[in-house]
Design a protein around this ligand. Sequence first.
Ligand SMILES: Nc1ncnc2c1ncn2[C@@H]1O[C@H](COP(=O)(O)OP(=O)(O)OP(=O)(O)O)[C@@H](O)[C@H]1O
Length: 229
Amino acid sequence: MSDEPIYRLRRVGVDYPLPTARDGRVTGLDDVTLDVPATGLTVLAGPSGSGKSTLLRVLALFQPPTRGRVAFAGAAVGPSPRERRAVRRHGIGLVFQTPTDNLLPTLSVADNLHAAAQSARRRADSEDLLTRMGLAGTGRWRIPALSGGQQQRLAFACALARGCPVVLADEPTSQLDDTSAGHVLDAITRLVNQGVPVVTTSHDDRVVERGDRVVRLRAGRLTDQEEHP
Ligand SMILES: Nc1ncnc2c1ncn2[C@@H]1O[C@H](COP(=O)(O)OP(=O)(O)OP(=O)(O)O)[C@@H](O)[C@H]1O
């Protein structure tokens, strides 16, 4: 297996314009240098306002850095929105916090997987994907019939269907009860064990404990990186 990280960030900073701030801007990230390995679960942790979501948006190529450089899968990512969209479409799976934001509610479970696969010009083996995410037998169900936790697991299955080499998830368990959150965590662990690296933000200690590494932020700066054996 290659040791090439899936992301390389060098001295990345993000400023947001804020007319009411003293210098007209607020710093979301400051001087972040980070390699994200192409394996395992990476958890972005830190208090509210520390920059976790900003860092995830940089990794998702939604947020161009104000300063510094980002490389994805060995290639530098430039500022062109078109180029960034193309890389994102083919290379990055996204799971948002609110389960319904991740899925097409009028389609069945299996058709959500087929639509995700088609968007990457692939074909989906929906039964296999559902089994891998602990959702066997739900292919004909409509999305509203799934619990929030099942919807999140389907969102991870859609990312698998697209064949993405990395999946990014923003607080994927924050809107779930403990049991559903546990099932989503088990699904993330399965995905990681199948060789797909996952990067997630989380306030949830259980997510932090499952991380193969934890990247800690404070006031936009990277303060610590721990590897969990
Ligand atoms: N769109 C924006 N416009 C202005 N400032 C922003 C914007 N997004 C984030 N910020 C600021 O950037 C800093 C980092 O915010 P960010 O949302 O990345 O932190 P976070 O760790 O994800 O917080 P939380 O855990 O509360 O979601 C904060 O000071 C925040 O107020």
